[in-house]
Design a protein around this ligand. Structure first.
Ligand SMILES: C[S@@+](CC[C@H](N)C(=O)[O-])C[C@H]1O[C@@H](n2cnc3c(N)ncnc32)[C@H](O)[C@@H]1O
Length: 411
């Protein structure tokens, strides 16, 4: 059970005057209360591992690819319910948190081909399509752009649909945080975002403040943390999602839609994060403790590092969408995505250990490197790999990701 006794939002702060708005802040509103969100520092640094190397996202995102493919029927169901704009209008799709790799190209292609077929079914030529790939500025857009298939425009609809390995849309990259404005008002027909919205804009400040009751001493993630720490994470999620919705509500065209997929949890208790809890709250946590015990990192250094991820419950999500009021929820479900570990020989414990360490490193490596430097980071992930190898069978059996799948349209 969560109570709000350990944290102050402005509505709970007995002395709101003390919370002066720093010039580098943005305002977020949840349920009518003004809540100050410090300027995101994380967004300048954060990204998945770029390039095409062993620990790159491009090479470690097969699990996401598999989960996305298993949800295609849900995506297509949502696309079918979008009213087709006139074929004379430019049709714009944006993938938020696109990262670098094939996954985003695959999804954008699915969305655009789906609409091309819908126009064909009503006897119209296709409109011009454009797609914006959006992520934080440190994302490896270069690798992504090199993977873009060649453009095949001005072609007929038939050619466009048959154009295997070609691209029937204009493409652009948009750097910036999806927790703020990214596009002009009323410019986007379809927003898509997969496996991204569980990343918070920052680690809640109180979680790494030794004077706060939310201080997450001895831990690097919300999983298994105190109620106060969990409250801080939850509040950060609420503020971030509210900011996301406000921006998208301005940018979405009337009749457009958003399809969102991100890590969720089945437990009501946020300190039980499920799959992400197992990924960041057990062996990864213990690998950090190993570094401390070996005297390579001091305890405070570990405690000042936390993973800015929050796997929400359906209720958490619904509360923020309803409080915002700009969107109607057309679909909301918890989807069992499966394991994030893809291995060719499941009985090879070493391969499983390596897969776990790589998938952890590909998503959190940049943050770990920034905290302790690359050399200690190598040591941390080697320790993680060893621990994961000795728990391989258990990891394969227990590590499961659930995703919140939501489709929203303007109210
Ligand atoms: C796991 S990757 C998902 C990539 C891709 N959508 C896929 O399906 O494989 C998560 C992405 O979200 C991005 N991300 C996290 N926080 C973000 C933010 N505030 N604004 C924009 N992108 C963000 C990360 O940089 C990362 O590229």
């Amino acid at each position: 059970m969560l109570t709000s006794s350990c944290l102050f939002s402005n509505s709970q702060n007995p002395n709101p005057e003390r919370e002066k708005v720093h010039p580098n802040t943005i305002m977020a509103t949840i349920q009518g209360d003004n809540v100050v969100v410090p300027q995101m520092k994380l967004e300048r640094l954060f990204c998945m591992k770029g390039g095409k190397g062993e620990t790159s996202y491009a090479n470690n995102s097969q699990a996401q690819a598999r989960h996305a493919r298993s949800m295609l029927h849900l995506l297509e169901g949502v696309l079918d319910n979008i009213t087709l704009p006139s074929p004379d209008e430019l049709f714009t799709v944006s993938d938020l948190g696109c990262s670098s790799g094939e996954n985003t190209l695959f999804i954008v292609d699915v969305i655009i081909k789906h609409f091309a077929k819908r126009y064909e079914a009503i006897g119209c030529g296709p409109p011009e399509f454009q797609a914006f790939f959006s992520d934080l500025p440190s994302n490896d857009f270069n690798t992504l752009f090199q993977l873009l298939p060649p453009l095949a425009i001005k072609i007929s609809l038939e050619e466009c649909l048959a154009a295997e390995g070609r691209r029937s849309y204009y493409a652009g990259g948009v750097p910036g945080s999806f927790y703020r404005r990214l596009f002009p008002a009323k410019s986007i027909n379809v927003f898509h975002s997969a496996f991204s919205l569980h990343w918070l804009s920052q680690v809640p400040e109180s979680v790494t403040d030794s004077k706060s009751s939310a201080y997450n001493k001895g831990r690097v993630f919300i999983h298994g943390a105190s109620e106060c720490t969990a409250n801080a994470y939850k509040q950060q999620f609420q503020m971030d999602l509210a900011a996301f919705l406000r921006s998208r509500s301005i940018e979405l065209k009337a009749g457009g839609s958003m399809f969102l997929v991100f890590l969720g949890r089945t437990s009501v208790d946020p300190t039980d994060q499920g799959g992400p809890g197992l990924l960041f709250g057990t062996h990864f946590q213990e690998a950090w403790n190993d570094l401390v015990q070996k005297g390579l990192v001091d305890g405070e250094k570990r405690d000042s590092f936390n993973i800015p991820v929050y796997a929400a419950s359906l209720q958490d999500f619904k509360e923020v969408v309803e409080a915002d009021g700009s969107f109607t929820i057309n679909k909301l479900e918890m989807f069992r995505g499966g394991s994030p570990l893809i291995v060719s020989r499941p009985d090879d414990a070493k391969e499983v250990g390596r897969a776990l360490a790589n998938s952890c490193r590909t998503v959190s490596g940049v943050l770990v490197d920034a905290q302790i430097g690359e050399e200690l980071s190598n040591e941390l992930f080697a320790l993680l790999e060893r621990r994961a190898t000795s728990h391989a069978a258990e990891l394969l059996e227990q590590l499961q990701f659930y995703h919140i799948v939501a489709s929203l349209s303007l109210t």
